[in-house]
Design a protein. Structure first.
Length: 149
């Protein structure tokens, strides 16, 4: 297959996940069914995936699975999240953001009772960049203003 795809065997080896994890994530709709591409090969039928998409998705799942349940992750990856809203307390309780990130968000974009999915995503991105030390508070505020414009 071309370089845009990765075999299931190579995917499992590269990411260190098990066959069971992969299919559990599929059942939970963390990985879309259409990404499982079955092709005939000289050894029989094999499953391939769009390389960049599956590697990015598995990386996100692995980085977030300690803080969120599989159901919460499935909700995050679901296209229906656009109508979802969460309160600041829910964002904190689910470990999506810290108090510091929420305070920065409030200073630069205003205090909100509820956050749309998009606003929660902005707050989450801010959280991860601040926690990693990749942004200062001022830079984080600038990022929020750019994202919200």
């Amino acid at each position: 297959m071309d370089t845009n795809h990765i075999s299931k065997k190579d995917l499992l080896e590269l990411t260190g996940i098990s066959y069971g994890q992969l299919y559990r994530w599929k059942r939970k709709n963390l990985i879309p069914e259409e990404w499982f591409i079955r092709r005939a090969t000289f050894t029989g039928q094999e499953t391939f995936f769009p390389r960049e998409q599956i590697l990015a998705r598995i990386d996100k799942i692995l980085n977030m699975k300690d803080d969120l349940s599989l159901d919460e992750l499935a909700d995050m990856f679901s296209p229906s999240m656009s109508g979802t809203s969460l309160t600041a307390d829910e964002l904190l309780a689910r470990n999506i953001v810290s108090t510091t990130s929420l305070e920065v968000f409030n200073v630069f974009l205003g205090s909100l009772r509820t956050f749309t999915f998009q606003q929660a995503l902005y707050a989450y991105v801010l959280e991860k960049l601040l926690a990693a030390g990749d942004l200062s508070v001022e830079e984080g505020g600038g990022l929020l203003q750019v994202l919200a414009s």
